[in-house]
Ligand binder design. Structure first.
Ligand SMILES: [Zn+2]
Ligand SMILES: [Zn+2]
Length: 139
């Protein structure tokens, strides 16, 4: 199954090849600033599950932590990709960039220690004060 998405102005378009989308909510301060929201919802992917359809050359990157990059559309500023933060080479695509309203499952909440009081936690998925086991710079 494929899911398509892109930035606000439509210049950057991508496709995700997965049977089902799994996502993580991150409450860290960097995600809050980068997205301008209480927390980020990131679809978790392997690099071979994402392909660029249009506008790859319009992506600008910002190194928000050593070796960790956030990529955004140069024209409209939409944040479309996070990579290099997890030692296993996985990618994170902000769920809000997907077209339509595809079903996805929130698997976990991370960096809950940095959560702002106005962001409520959904208690049905496990929560971690920092990186969950298996994530993070050391993999
Ligand atoms: Zn754009
Ligand atoms: Zn974060």
């Amino acid at each position: 199954m494929t899911f398509v998405g892109g930035c606000l102005c439509g210049s950057v378009r991508f496709e995700i090849a997965r049977r089902h989308l799994n996502a993580a909510c991150c409450y860290c301060q960097m995600c809050r600033k980068a997205h301008g929201t209480a927390y980020s919802v990131h679809v978790m992917l392997r690099s071979d599950q994402l392909s660029w359809l249009e506008g790859r050359e319009l992506l600008e990157r910002y190194e928000s932590s050593p070796g960790g990059f956030r990529e955004f559309c140069r024209r409209c500023g939409t944040h479309v990709l996070v990579h290099g933060q997890s030692g296993d080479g996985s990618l994170a695509v902000p769920a809000g960039t997907l077209d339509g309203t595809p079903d996805l499952t929130i698997r976990l909440h991370m960096f809950t220690d940095e959560r702002v009081v106005w962001a409520e936690l959904d208690s049905t998925a496990p929560s971690y004060p920092g990186w969950p086991p298996g994530f993070g710079p050391s993999g």
